[in-house]
Design a protein around this ligand. Sequence first.
Ligand code: NAG
Ligand code: NAG
Length: 301
Amino acid sequence: MSACGEWWWWCARPGRLPRAAPLSILLATVLTLISLLFLLNAKALNRHSSPRQVLELEDHDLEGAPQHHPDLVTYIRQLHLVSPSLGPYNLHSPNTTDFSQNGQSRQIEEILKGKRGGLFVEAGAYNGEELSNTLYLERQLGWRGLLVEPDPWNFWALRKRGRRAHSIHACLSPYPFPREVTFKQSDTMGHIVNGGDDASRHGIFTRVKCFPLYSLLLALNTTRLDLLSLDVEGAELQVLRTVPWEAVRIEVICVEYRHVPEGKLALSSFLQERGYTLHSTLGDDYIFVRRDLERPSLGIL
Ligand SMILES: *[C@@H]1O[C@H](CO)[C@@H](O)[C@H](O)[C@H]1NC(C)=O
Ligand SMILES: *[C@@H]1O[C@H](CO)[C@@H](O)[C@H](O)[C@H]1NC(C)=O
């Protein structure tokens, strides 16, 4: 024993394994495994820190990310934005031309002097056909854009309509950063659940991601819109407050005022302060137009 010193466990009697050998082999194996796991994990973390590898980001990595963050924009573009349909339309009422409830589409066409190839964002888009403010513009005037719909059933129906616009199953964030929220499904009246207002908890609830409007615009490679159609059952003013107005130009805003908790006066004074004028009221919608919109020529008076 003394000849072996502290390495006594290597001192085998001739022809026999040391008594402690199984233990040492086990120890070595465990140590090897631990270092291997550590190495693999370090490699994964390294990959993780590369900004290009959006597919490897966890959803919570983007929680609270500022709305212009390039990773957020790439994440939306690669994982959430659905490309326009290339096939024919598949409408329930193909013979209808204007699907909007109170003639919003024609009003917008008139304000923009029949502009062709315009760009819109419509939220909520419902099923992409009934009550749609944008289907007329898309079908008759060749507009393109983005349909935003948080209700999974409505989004599923929308996808089947064959719209030529991009679409996204999401809500517009009431904050200048992304947020996952509880959403109450309710046909055309679905909305984000705010603490106490659904105290009864009756109904069908789902979780859905909200993205800031500005992040969606960046994902579409634009900061200009001809039309923003906003019908999000109460979050309208909150959504408009997230927009960095110095970086974005929107010609016409069609917004439902009825459910805005801050009141329709707050809504119109907010937009008037940002350079808009209230052009008309159609049903529950206000139509705001930029004051510096190029006026149609009135000829020689
Ligand atoms: C649409 O109109 C065409 C002819 O104009 C008619 O044949 C067709 O049945 C109509 N479709 C619907 C769904 O009403
Ligand atoms: C936006 O630009 C990126 C990079 O050029 C491109 O990959 C993407 O398809 C564009 N997206 C849209 C919606 O045009």
